[in-house]
Design a protein around this ligand. Sequence first.
Ligand code: SF4
Length: 400
Amino acid sequence: MPITFTHPHSGERVTANLQPQVIVISPRYAESYSFDRAGRLLSLFMDGRSIQRTLDHRFLIRNKEGAVRRLELSPDERDVLLGRLFANLRDLRTILPESTLPPADQTRLADALDTVLAMPPEALEADAEAYRRLFLPVSILPPDQYLALVVQATIGCSWNRCTFCGLYRDRAFRVRGADEFRAHCRAVRDFFGAGLSLRRGVFLADANALTVPQPRLLTLMAIVQEVFGQPGQPPLPVFSFISAFDAQRKTVQDWTALREGGLARVYIGLETGSDELLRFVRKPGRASDALAAVRDLKAAGLAVGVIAMVGLGGDRFAAQHVQETLAVIGEMPLDGRDVIYLSVYRPAPGTEYPTLAEQAGIRPLTPEEEAVQQRTLQTALRQRFPHTRVAPYYVEGFAL
Ligand code: SF4
């Protein structure tokens, strides 16, 4: 139950929602701040704007759709906002004994305020510095994994040559050794501290972490459970990406062993069902690899996330892309535990695709054409899989 009382001086309504995962404090109508249980500011609503604080201390304004386009506040704007926010929190802490709240609620709220006031702006900056030391930038996560605890078992992408993808061009691929990974996981656990209660499951990053050869991968999975799991409890759910091509290196028995070790859902970037378009964008393998991979994963009892990319291949491939993507996904044995994401192609800095497409005489889809392609895929996939979630994936809006 939220705690509410009237501010004894201003007469404004104060509300606090104190959950085991999150602290939400609203000092007045249409203003609220949320924190994790370590007192780390997560987001705020102020002056009619919904703002996310990223773990590296950027302040991003969300638009109405939630995450499509984001605008970053300047450091000066951010500092002014934080100054107001913490002044409000200090004020609440001061007037709390004057409130009409029952003693138990006063104590709970006082504890919560003490927790969040212990993370003032300087501490938030230091926290962000610690975060940057701990992680290479987390380039992307599936939308349902934004609250996962990310650990980087691998660095980068083992392929890293798809012409449309700039996610990991800043790093060479490598697999962390067991000792290094254990130290990383322990440091992640210590970094989040009481804030771990907000995190749901573990995301094994970066890209293609599941390509790690099976014995080594099982060791890394066991380390995840050793560091984050509870003895005697079922394994924590683990999530990760794999490319369809690489998924073929594992057998159903391998996937079953990984499921038993906690693996819950595997995300596959299909992008398109067209082999010709896959070749054009230099994505390895064929669309049928994705189909075979999903069949194996489902046979092993795992959930899957399949990602297709709207707009890839521009006008030249549009019809083929839609038709063959629907054909391939339509063959997949998807159920209610699975998800299909439709991301929209956006040129990434430093990637080859825009030049190669132009040289090939491919015209990018207009926003209207993209919307039509997205609707066509979404409608057909929802009809084909009435129990599977089909959702947009706003890659450009991603920020942790
Ligand atoms: S699309 Fe996936 S496989 Fe291709 S380079 Fe990017 S992360 Fe690697």
